[in-house]
Design a protein. Sequence first.
Length: 370
Amino acid sequence: MLWILFLSLLILVYTYVGYPLLIAFLARCCPLGLKPRQGHTPSVSVLIPVYNGQDFIRGKIESLLQQDYPGHKLEILLCSDASDDQSDAILRESERNYPDQVRVFYMEQRSGKPAILNRLRKEARGEVLLLTDIRQPLKQDCVSKLVARLEIPGVGVVGGMLLLRGSTGAGLYWRYERWIRQSESDFRSVTGVSGSLYVIAAEDMQDMPEDIILDDVWVPSVQRLRKHRVVLEPEAVAWDEAMEDGREFGRKVRTLAGNYQLMARLPALLSPWHNPSWFEFFSHKLMRLVCPWALLTLFVSNLLLLFQEPGRGFILLELLMAGQVVFYVLALLGERAGALGRLARTFVVLNIAAVVGLWRYLSGRQKIAW
């Protein structure tokens, strides 16, 4: 029983502390050192799926029209996924106001983000595709920064940096996650990008399966298996609001169900002989899916050992159990326990989401349409 406890603790410590520190060390000692190539300005098509985005459409288009990229080389393509708010009317108005840069398409029935992106890809005229969501406005130099890094030989996908406003637990956790992803990018290649902002050469973009849950992991994973690098451009910024734990739970369930689907669809990701970033994928993606079970095993094994005859190291078992109890109490208190409570609650919510995500994937209940 003791070795089960130690193994569970080792998994958790490695996943959330050991690997982040290790990849940060590797990024510092063995940096990739890719320098963006300035000067070349290929034509860019911005692909934006829209579903009930009436509150965001005008701001999103405005942030794109204000880019420092040459206007005649930038087209904005939007597709409404059978929206039932005022999105379609606002899209038609935008197309009338900016006929030289904005083109709008409509789906007759809900189809989901992958189907929208496949359609927009076929309509795009640009040499580079910029995929972004409707919610997040972009910093003024976003397009130029992303394109300059995509021009580096060997780079297949470039992701931008999503900054979340607010002090929710999800916002704090996202800062930690951004640090890990940036370290992966600086060392060799990141395991995924944010769906809110990334670019890929049009000739490299293929139709994706229309039932795929995570386009922002599918697209870079396919490119990485083709030996292309996936990197981040930290100065290409998109902004969004940090979600409360309730909404974040639903988003995370979808993400983790998508990770299970990804491994089933691209089993080569699990092979160190086929995946050039196998170490990062194993440590960052796969181990996160194991952690909920490690947390449960740690608690149960610790409890069972405490009921055994006290012996050497018994005080350590008591301290470990006390630490777990305090942590879960903080999670229950959440906002009432301040920053630590918010962070503890988010951590627990995300690990529960991994279990629910597995059930959703195995039962086929995870919806594709958002």
